[in-house]
Design a protein around this ligand. Structure first.
Ligand code: S3P
Length: 441
């Protein structure tokens, strides 16, 4: 057993779930990653705004999407959960929500909060959103500015949660966003549903496009031209009947584990390979990784495939720009891959990482240094000098699920025992992560 839990408590707020990881060679077998988190959120939201009964199969039963479900239940939407991760949502169209009696708690989920703001901007009632300590420290001005421009009244703690939204009477906007962010883009498109006429958002780079794909499937008039997306408001959204693909960002931990652990071979099944998300595959291939994309197909409008990965000798690379944007959530695990690559890896153009569930540039620098990695922190990235083997250490997740999983994978190629402290946060996106890793022989 490479991984052992040393303590367990149930609430994330009083967390302390430490994991002990020891070296394991090789990792062999099949893994099916959990359902996609971004798509699960969007399916719950867009089904709740449609007219009729939606069915969502294989939704992600993890803390973040469960926050989105709870929020819509608070606004009067009937959401039933069945076995096998199936949801049935009965909704009454764009104006079928009612004012929530209590504050909506978005927990750790930035996607829940920012996308809900877009929906609430269009409602003829008032609602307040809050979250855990990490979320209360994440910037919301990025959605407050455009939504206020459309006519919503939003109060905040100087641009940070809690937020109170007084919605209604929105007008369309042509918004040039200073950042490439799917959460900002989606919030504006959702608010655009409540406007007469066409709302447009232009981004400096292409962020993930799950919202556009789903809205189109529901019959909304969505136009995409280069980095600009437009939506015509007041559409009647058709209910959804969809199956959520596996999450590429969760699969990423197994992709890198299979590549860096000697003699490994892993088949990762049913992974979403939407090109706005798969920058990591391109980067790892540039580093020399042996990855085969098999069984390509489409599930509910999203491309999927199986990924076959084998242990490979990696070399350092220099990356930035569009490529890192398409691998933004994979930065922590990419840093682990770079730590055991030959030579130097330089990653730039990723200053948004400072504003995620933790400051991921600082978190990964601090934690990998504990394992003996030579890593230099840049304002918008890192420079890492790879080494053959990592040293053992007691590391910490910083309360960030992706840092926790990345450090656990680092422990697989470290000498001796690696402790990862505070891993309960993994339940926000990948409940069962350690069980899946332990299944590999
Ligand atoms: C997400 C968008 C990305 C990503 C986050 C999920 C989404 O954030 O980092 O984990 O589901 O829309 P930004 O929109 O801030 O780029």
């Amino acid at each position: 057993m490479p991984l052992r839990r040393s303590s367990r408590r149930h609430s994330r707020e009083e967390v302390d779930l430490n994991i002990k990881v020891t070296q394991k060679t090789p990792l062999r077998g099949e893994v099916t990653p959990p359902p996609d988190k971004s798509i699960s959120h969007r399916a719950i939201i867009l089904a709740s705004l449609s007219e009729g009964k939606s069915i969502i199969r294989n939704f992600l039963r993890a803390e973040d999407p469960l926050r989105t479900i709870k929020a819509f239940r608070q606004m009067g939407i009937e959401i039933k959960e069945f076995k096998e991760e199936e949801l049935v949502i009965n909704a009454k169209g764009l104006i079928g929500l009612r004012e929530p009696e209590n504050i909506i708690d978005c927990g750790n989920s930035g996607t829940t909060m920012r996308l809900l703001c877009g929906v609430l901007a269009g409602q003829p009632f008032r609602a307040t959103l809050t979250g855990d300590e990490s979320l209360r420290n994440r910037p919301m001005q990025r959605i407050i500015t455009p939504l206020t421009g459309m006519g919503a009244k939003i109060t905040s703690e100087a641009g940070y949660p809690p937020l109170t939204i007084n919605g209604g009477n929105l007008k369309p906007i042509h918004y040039k966003s200073p950042i490439a962010s799917a959460q900002v883009k989606s919030a504006i498109l959702l608010a655009g549903l409540y406007c007469d006429g066409v709302t447009t958002i232009q981004e400096p780079g292409r962020s993930r496009d799950h919202t556009e794909r789903m809205l189109k499937a529901q019959g909304a008039e969505v136009e995409i031209e280069d980095l600009q997306v437009s939506i015509r408001g007041k559409a009647n959204l058709k209910p959804l009947d969809i199956t959520v693909p596996g999450d590429f960002s969760s699969a990423a931990f197994f992709i890198v584990a299979g590549i860096i652990v000697t003699d490994s071979e892993i088949l990762i099944k049913n992974v979403g390979i939407n090109p706005t998300r798969t920058g990591l595959l391109e980067i790892l291939k540039m580093m020399g990784a042996r990855i085969e994309v098999e069984n390509e197909g489409e599930v509910s409008g999203e491309p999927v495939a199986d990924l076959y990965v084998r242990h490979s000798v990696l070399r350092g690379v220099t990356i930035g720009g569009d490529l890192i944007l398409r691998a933004i959530d994979e930065f922590p695990i990419l840093c682990v891959a770079a730590s055991v690559a030959q030579g130097i890896t330089k990653i730039t153009g990723a200053k948004e990482l400072r504003l995620k569930e933790s400051d991921r540039i600082a978190s990964m620098t601090e934690e990998l240094r504990k394992m003996g990695v030579s890593i230099e922190e840049l304002p918008d990235g890192v420079i890492i000098e790879g080494r053959e083997r990592l040293g053992d250490a007691t590391t910490h997740s910083h309360g960030d699920h992706r840092v926790a999983m990345a450090m656990a994978v680092a422990g697989l190629v470290a000498q001796g025992k690696t402790i990862v402290e505070d891993t309960a946060c993994i339940d926000t996106s990948f409940p069962g992560f350690f069980e899946e890793l332990n299944k590999l022989k």
